[in-house]
Design a protein around this ligand. Structure first.
Ligand code: TYD
Length: 339
């Protein structure tokens, strides 16, 4: 099988799970190693005869056509993902990777006349902000609020178009916010965890009242494996933890400070850093659950496991929080992180 973007957070967790759960599988990981892709995420697989890394771009039509010739499954994780980076001025990068990537993959399968399954990994952010208690079903209106989510919506539709027009075996998943090991420390949880470990301020946006449906990354990966095995071609599947009660960013921040034994005075309220900040995401994931999937752990346990991982793996995140990351952090937050 082919995985694209496998050196990122969700992709690397997925590859490890897939190789364990599918003992016959042979897997190629195509990754461009942009800022959030890190070969260290998979260094334990170096030397495995069932794993091959190819350094390249999902938009490279010639390379991708070569790689799809013998595959049965493709999972596309290759994406620009960070909302704070998806400013109108940088929207082009998001469109190029997130829309053109699925197009190149699907079209390569068409040209190679390869009857393989393509799973396009998507996001619940395409449904936009929903007022409680509404949860988006897969047929909800798409109302993305950022170049990131708009480009992901575009990618989903491009991929599904190949099913509609040509009957190709394409499906789309749309997950809520993931958390767990190997998440790049620009996202809320790893940023706040590592800042708190360094006694640095936690920049909590816009009062911290926003709601995200936090999903343990391994549970997401299990959902993707189930969809590869049993999902229906042409369908979209929401993947959500359905936290009950829902948790705000402020509550989540206080939970992790309590688990770390750090004071709430580390929270630094900031306003206006994320124009069009979505208030609440929520999906109805009953279609996936009908296939037998359910999340395996509670949020607090998952947060504790995540904290433990970041505590053990300073060798992983300390080098990341230097170099280009520092320049981004200074530019975006006007703050200087400890290196
Ligand atoms: P993030 O992890 O960027 O994921 P997404 O935007 O895809 O949901 O942000 C999660 C929530 O946390 C979102 O409401 C914005 C908020 N947030 C902060 O309050 N401070 C931060 O420094 C970051 C990165 C996010």
């Amino acid at each position: 099988m082919l995985v694209t973007g496998g050196c990122g957070f969700i992709g690397s967790n997925f590859i490890r799970l897939l190789l364990a759960e599918e003992p016959e599988a042979e897997l190629t990981n195509l990754d461009l190693l942009t800022y959030a892709g890190n070969p260290k995420n998979l260094e334990d697989l170096e030397g495995s005869s069932r794993y091959r890394f190819v350094h390249g771009d999902v938009r490279d039509e010639t390379l991708v056509e070569e790689l799809v010739r013998e595959v049965d499954w493709i999972v596309n994780f290759a994406a620009e993902t960070h909302v704070d980076r998806s400013t109108p001025a940088q929207a082009g990068e998001f469109v190029e990777t997130n829309v053109q990537g699925p197009y190149v993959l699907a079209d390569a399968l068409r040209r190679a006349q390869r009857d393989a399954r393509l799973l396009q990994v998507g996001t619940d952010e395409v449904y936009g902000s929903l007022s409680a208690p509404r949860r988006a079903r897969e047929d909800a209106l798409l109302e993305p609020s950022s170049p990131y989510s708009a480009s992901k919506a575009g990618g989903d539709l491009v991929a599904l178009g190949f099913h509609r027009m040509l009957g190709m075996d394409v499906l789309v998943s749309r997950s809520t916010n993931n958390y767990g090991p190997y998440q790049y420390p620009e996202k809320l949880l790893p940023l706040f965890i590592t800042n708190a470990m360094q006694d640095e301020p936690l920049p909590l946006y816009d009062g911290g009242t926003q709601i995200r449906d936090w999903l343990w990354v391994d549970d997401h990966c299990r959902a993707l494996l189930l969809l590869l095995r049993e999902g229906e071609a042409g369908e979209i599947y929401n993947v959500g933890a359905n936290q009950d009660p829902e948790i705000t960013n402020g509550e989540l921040t206080r939970m992790l400070l309590r688990l770390l034994g750090k004071p709430e005075s580390l929270i630094r309220p900031v306003e206006g850093l994320r124009p069009g900040h979505d208030q609440r995401y929520a999906v109805d994931s009953s279609k996936l659950r009908a296939l037998g999937w359910a999340p395996s752990i509670e949020l607090e346990e998952g947060v504790q496991r995540t904290l433990d991982w970041y505590q053990k793996r300073r060798d992983w995140w300390e080098p990341i929080k230097s170099g280009a990351y520092r320049a981004y952090y200074r530019r975006h937050y006007g703050l200087e992180p400890k290196g």
